[in-house]
Write a protein that binds this ligand. Structure first.
Ligand code: SD4
Length: 340
């Protein structure tokens, strides 16, 4: 069996040769598995979890027509935002403990332009509001009522995001009122009394001009405290794009990602020469080693794409999946994990 730890050391030192490596879409504990994804500038989009597949298809509509990565990631993540059966993003997202659906989202382009909304209510597409913050204001982040007022002033419609099903789930939860994030429930369908899904879509795209962009959007941890903001709308934590190096996004317990400024950390590890999967592993390691006992009970996953289209992922607990769409592949991979 290949010794990954040993490999990490040597690949780190061999930083100048990273661009020669084969693609990094690792699905086993072994070294890099070649896929059809590498050596581009042909477009590519990757995103977190199984629901990333449908989102990628939306992004691909843009990328396959030589569209911009920024337009692709916005179009892509709007798909799960509008899907009421996904209880972790946008419309139909699970509410906080007081019954309010509050959304977090951010977007970043190839020139380090970025925009973010935090704790936004009543708007189905927070990602598009985040983009408008980026393009139409001198700021990067708008939060709460200010974000809502900005959205309404720019033509977004005020809607009730709490679907009957999400309301029912919340009311069931109120019986116990126990805040306990459940690992890897993102891909499971809700059944009464069963585990609740909660997670984020983070999407990274590379366009035919060779530019990177990313988007991240979520309703956050189900039954969080009112006003709680996770990693997803925080540039550097839930998402980071550096067009010279690569991009990264995260999913899972946001508090742990914020502590290490996770997505920025992944991109910095890539800058130092680590391939994307190993860069994600090093960021996970930072979280796990801080408090190994705590890490046993939580999930964080990172997904990264290098400037040349090589991609990789790593997570704490087994079960984090990500979807890939290019001209030659449309697949869901399972990430390597710290714990087996
Ligand atoms: C957050 N990372 O708000 C996000 C989404 C989530 O389980 O709920 N993950 O912390």
């Amino acid at each position: 069996m290949f010794n990954r730890r040993k490999f990490l050391g040597s690949s780190f030192l061999a930083s100048t040769a990273w661009f020669l490596r084969t693609p990094d879409a690792v699905i086993t504990g072994d070294d890099q598995q070649p896929t059809a994804s590498g050596q581009r500038n042909s477009p590519l989009v990757i995103s977190t979890w199984d629901f990333g597949k449908a989102a990628n298809a939306g992004a691909w509509e843009v990328l396959s027509k030589q569209g911009r990565a920024l337009d692709a990631v916005e179009a892509g993540v709007r798909i799960p935002e509008a899907d009421p059966t996904i209880h972790s993003i946008g419309y139909g997202g699970l509410p906080d403990r007081d019954g309010f659906v509050t959304l977090d989202a951010c977007i970043m382009d190839e020139k380090s332009n970025c925009g973010s909304v935090m704790c936004l209510e009543h708007i189905v597409h927070p990602i598009s509001v985040a983009r408008l913050v980026m393009e139409k204001t001198p700021h990067i982040v708008l939060a709460g009522n200010g974000a809502l007022e900005f959205a309404l002033a720019n033509g977004f419609k005020k809607e009730n995001l709490l679907t009957p099903e999400s309301e029912k789930i919340w009311k069931e939860w109120l019986q116990s009122s126990k805040y306990e994030p459940v690992i890897n429930i993102e891909n499971k369908k809700y059944s009464p009394g069963g585990p609740l899904n909660h997670d984020t879509i983070g999407m990274l795209a590379l366009d035919s001009a060779g530019n990177l962009s990313g988007a991240c959007t979520t309703s956050g941890m189900a039954f969080k405290m009112h006003g709680r903001v996770g990693d997803s709308p925080i540039i550097g934590a839930g998402l980071f794009v550096d067009n010279e190096i690569g991009s990264a996004t995260s999913t899972g317990v946001g508090e742990e990602v914020i502590r290490v400024v996770g997505s920025h950390l992944v991109v910095e590890y890539m800058r130092q020469g680590l391939p994307p999967g190993d860069a994600c592993r090093k960021a996970v390691e930072r979280i796990v080693l801080r408090d190994p006992a705590k890490a046993k009970g939580l999930q964080v996953g990172f997904l990264a794409m290098r400037k040349d289209g090589v991609y990789g992922a790593f997570c704490i607990q087994k079960g984090f999946t990500y979807a890939v769409h290019s001209a030659t592949e449309e697949k869901i991979y399972e990430s390597e994990s710290w714990f087996s």
